[in-house]
Design a protein around this ligand. Structure first.
Ligand code: HEC
Ligand code: HEC
Ligand code: HEC
Ligand code: HEC
Ligand code: HEC
Length: 464
C-alpha cells in the first residue's frame, strides 16, 4: 500500500512537471493587453532600470522605422505566400501578438502598452520557455514578476525566482530566428555563443549586455528598486549591441554612444608588411582581423543587413595614394573589391536577398567567430620614385545596413547610415581602448597615420 502511494505521488509529480514543461508557447489571443502594465508604472520604483531600457533597441523593437518598413513588405509577401502574419511581432511586438491586436500589421489596432515593444512587464511575466528560437515564451502576466534573485521582496508585487533569467537561454528565445516555413536559420546569436569558449567559461549574454563590462561581467553596485536594499550588483537594462543607426535617430544619443563603445571593444587588427620594397616589386600586406570581445560572431543577429569590412590604404610620403581598398563611393557603396563580412541569403531562384522571408538557402557566411580571426591579403606594385616612407593603414568598419538598402526603403537622402570605426591599425590617438598592440614599424613602408585627415566622407563616426 505504502509503496503504491509513493509510486502514485511520483507519477503525479512527474505528470505535473511534464505537463508544465510541455506547455504551449503563448499565442495569438491568449491575453488581452490590459493584463500588462506600462513601463512607466514600474519606473516609479525601478527608475534606473527604466532609464536604461528607455531608448534601447528593446524599447524601439516595435517602433523602429527600419523594422516597420521591412514588416510592411513582409505583410504583403505573407499574404501571398500564406505565411503567419504575426511571425515578426512575436519578437518585436510581443504584447500585440498575444493580445491579437496584430494583425493588422499597420499597427492601427495596437494599444499603447504593446507599442512599447520588448518591455518590462512582458519580459518579467515570462514564466517559462519551450526552447531556443522563434520566441517560445510561456507568459503568466499578473501579480507575479519573475526575476533571478532569490532574496528579493516587494510591497507592490509578488516575486518568483527562475534561474533562466540569468542564463543565455532566456535571450536565446528571440536571438535565434528560423524561417517560419522552411526552417532555414536566419539568425543564430545564441547558437554562436553556445558553441564559443564563453559558454564554457560561464560568460553569458547578461554578463556583457546587462553589466557595464562589455566584454565580460562587471559589478554594478546600487539599488534594484528605490525602496529596496543596497545591492553589491544590480543588472543593467541598456541592452546595447551594435545599433548606432536607429538609436542615433530615435534616441537621445545615450544608446548610440554605447553601441559605438561596444563595437570598439569587439575586434583588433594586426598588419604585417615588408620593411622595404624595390620600385616595381609586388608588396604583400596581410591584415589579421580578430574577434577579441564579442561572445558570438561579428557581426551577429540580422546579418543579411549588417556590414563589416576592412579599408586599407597605402600612401607615399607626400600623401599620394598608392593603394586603396574598401572605400565608399559617392553613393555610399562599398568598393566591390572589398570583402564584406556578413551573411548572404538566396531566394528560390538563387538570387541574393535581404528579405529573409524569401530566403531558401545561404550563399555565403564569412563572419568571424568568437576569439577567432581571419587574414586578409592585399597586394600592390611599388611605384617608381615614390618618396619615402610609404605608410600603410587599416581600419575595420561596421554599419547596420547598406546605404543602398536604406535608400531603397526610404528614398535617397532620407537616412544616412553611420559607418563606425571598430578598430584601426596602427591605433595612434587611441590610448584609451585596451587590447591592441603596435608592432612592426617599417623603414621604407610604415604603418602610418596621416590618412584620417584626408577622409571626406560625411557619415563617418570615428572616435578612434
Ligand atoms: C511600489 C514599488 C514597485 C513597483 C511599482 C514595482 N516594483 Fe518591482 N520591486 C520592488 C521592490 C522593492 C523590489 C525588491 C528589490 C530588491 O530586493 O532589491 C522589486 C523587485 C522586482 C523584481 C525582482 C528582481 C529579481 O532579480 O528577482 C522584478 C523582476 C520586478 N521588481 C519587476 C517589476 C516590474 C516589471 C514592475 C512594473 C510592472 C515593477 N517591478 C513595479 C518595488 C516595485
Ligand atoms: C528583454 C527582457 C527584459 C526587459 C525588457 C526588462 N528586463 Fe528586467 N531583467 C531581465 C533579466 C533577464 C534580468 C535578470 C538578469 C540576471 O539575473 O542575469 C532582469 C533583472 C531585473 C531586475 C533585477 C535587477 C537586479 O540585479 O536585482 C529588475 C528590478 C528589473 N529587471 C526590472 C525591469 C524593469 C523595471 C524593466 C523595464 C524598464 C525591465 N526590467 C525590462 C529582462 C528584462
Ligand atoms: C521577446 C524577444 C526578446 C528577448 C527575450 C530578448 N530580446 Fe534582445 N532584442 C529583441 C528584438 C526584437 C531586438 C531588435 C529590435 C530592433 O532592432 O528593432 C533585440 C535587440 C537586442 C539588442 C540590440 C542589438 C543591436 O543591434 O544593437 C541587444 C544587445 C539584445 N537584444 C540583447 C538581449 C539580451 C542580452 C537578452 C536576454 C537577457 C535579450 N536581448 C532578450 C528581442 C528579444
Ligand atoms: C563576451 C561578451 C559578449 C557576450 C557573452 C555576448 N555578447 Fe553580444 N555583443 C558583444 C559585443 C562587444 C558586441 C558589439 C560587436 C558586435 O556587433 O558583435 C555585441 C553585439 C551584439 C548584438 C548586435 C549585433 C549586430 O551586429 O547587430 C546582439 C544582438 C547581441 N550582441 C546579442 C547577444 C546575445 C543574445 C548574447 C548571448 C547569446 C550575447 N550577445 C553574448 C559582447 C558580447
Ligand atoms: C525570433 C525573434 C524574431 C523574429 C521572429 C523576427 N525578428 Fe527581427 N530581430 C530580432 C532580433 C533579436 C533583432 C536584433 C538582432 C541584431 O541586432 O542584429 C532583430 C532585428 C531586426 C531588424 C533590424 C532592425 C535595425 O534597427 O537594425 C529588422 C529590419 C527586422 N528584425 C525585421 C524583422 C522582420 C520583417 C521579421 C518578420 C519577417 C522579423 N524581424 C522577425 C528578432 C526577431
Amino acid at each position: 500500500m505504502k509503496s503504491t502511494g509513493l509510486l502514485i505521488s511520483i507519477f503525479l509529480f512527474t505528470g505535473i512537471w511534464t505537463s508544465s514543461a510541455l506547455a504551449d508557447p503563448s499565442g495569438p489571443g491568449d491575453f488581452t493587453s490590459s493584463r500588462f502594465s506600462k513601463s512607466g508604472l514600474c519606473s516609479n520604483c525601478h527608475g534606473s532600470s527604466f532609464g536604461e531600457w528607455d531608448g534601447s533597441m528593446h524599447s524601439n523593437a516595435d517602433s523602429d522605422f527600419f523594422y516597420q518598413a521591412m514588416l510592411q513588405e513582409y505583410g504583403v509577401a505573407a499574404e501571398a505566400q500564406g505565411l503567419p502574419p504575426e511571425f515578426c511581432s512575436r519578437c518585436h511586438t510581443p504584447i500585440g501578438m498575444v493580445s491579437a491586436e496584430i494583425p493588422p500589421l499597420d499597427g492601427s489596432n495596437l494599444s499603447e502598452v504593446a507599442k512599447e515593444g520588448v518591455q518590462c512587464d512582458f519580459c518579467h511575466s515570462i514564466a517559462e520557455s519551450e526552447g531556443i528560437g522563434n520566441a517560445p515564451y510561456v507568459l503568466e502576466p499578473g501579480d507575479v514578476k519573475w526575476g533571478s534573485r532569490k532574496d528579493s521582496e516587494s510591497p507592490s508585487h509578488e516575486i518568483e525566482a527562475h534561474e533562466f533569467y540569468n542564463e543565455s537561454a532566456y535571450c536565446g528565445m528571440c536571438h535565434n530566428i528560423y524561417h517560419p516555413a522552411n526552417n532555414l536559420t536566419l539568425a543564430a546569436t545564441y547558437t554562436e555563443w553556445e558553441e564559443s569558449p564563453y559558454a564554457e567559461e560561464g560568460v553569458n549574454c547578461q554578463a556583457c549586455h546587462m553589466t557595464p563590462g562589455i566584454v565580460g561581467f562587471e559589478e554594478n553596485p546600487g539599488k534594484a528598486a528605490s525602496t529596496g536594499p543596497e545591492r553589491t550588483h544590480v543588472y543593467t537594462h541598456y541592452f546595447v549591441g551594435a545599433n548606432a543607426f536607429v538609436t542615433g535617430i530615435m534616441g537621445e544619443g545615450r544608446h548610440e554612444k554605447k553601441a559605438i563603445e561596444y563595437l570598439q571593444h569587439a575586434a583588433s587588427l594586426e598588419v604585417t608588411a615588408p620593411d622595404s620594397a624595390e620600385p616595381g616589386e609586388n608588396v604583400e600586406v596581410a591584415v589579421k582581423i580578430k574577434n577579441t570581445g564579442a561572445g558570438h560572431k561579428i557581426p551577429t543577429g540580422v546579418t543579411e543587413d549588417r556590414e563589416m569590412w576592412l579599408e586599407l590604404t597605402a600612401l607615399d610620403a607626400e600623401g599620394k595614394e598608392i593603394y586603396h581598398s574598401g572605400g565608399l563611393d559617392s553613393e555610399g557603396n562599398i568598393d566591390p573589391e572589398a570583402t564584406v563580412y556578413h551573411t548572404v541569403f538566396a531566394d528560390s531562384e538563387g538570387n541574393p536577398t535581404v528579405k529573409v522571408w524569401e530566403a531558401e538557402s545561404i550563399i555565403s557566411d564569412n563572419r568571424i567567430g568568437p576569439r577567432s580571426s581571419v587574414i586578409e591579403k592585399h597586394s600592390f606594385s611599388m611605384p617608381q620614385n615614390a618618396p619615402n616612407p610609404i605608410s600603410v593603414k587599416a581600419i575595420l568598419h561596421y554599419r547596420s545596413a547598406s546605404q543602398e538598402h536604406i535608400d531603397e526603403l526610404f528614398g535617397e537622402g532620407v537616412y544616412s547610415v553611420p559607418v563606425i570605426d571598430m578598430a584601426a591599425y596602427p591605433e595612434e590617438e587611441k590610448a584609451s581602448t585596451p587590447g591592441f598592440g603596435t608592432t612592426g614599424t617599417l623603414i621604407a613602408l610604415t604603418l602610418g597615420s596621416f590618412y584620417k585627415r584626408r577622409r571626406k566622407r560625411p557619415t563617418y563616426i570615428s572616435g578612434i
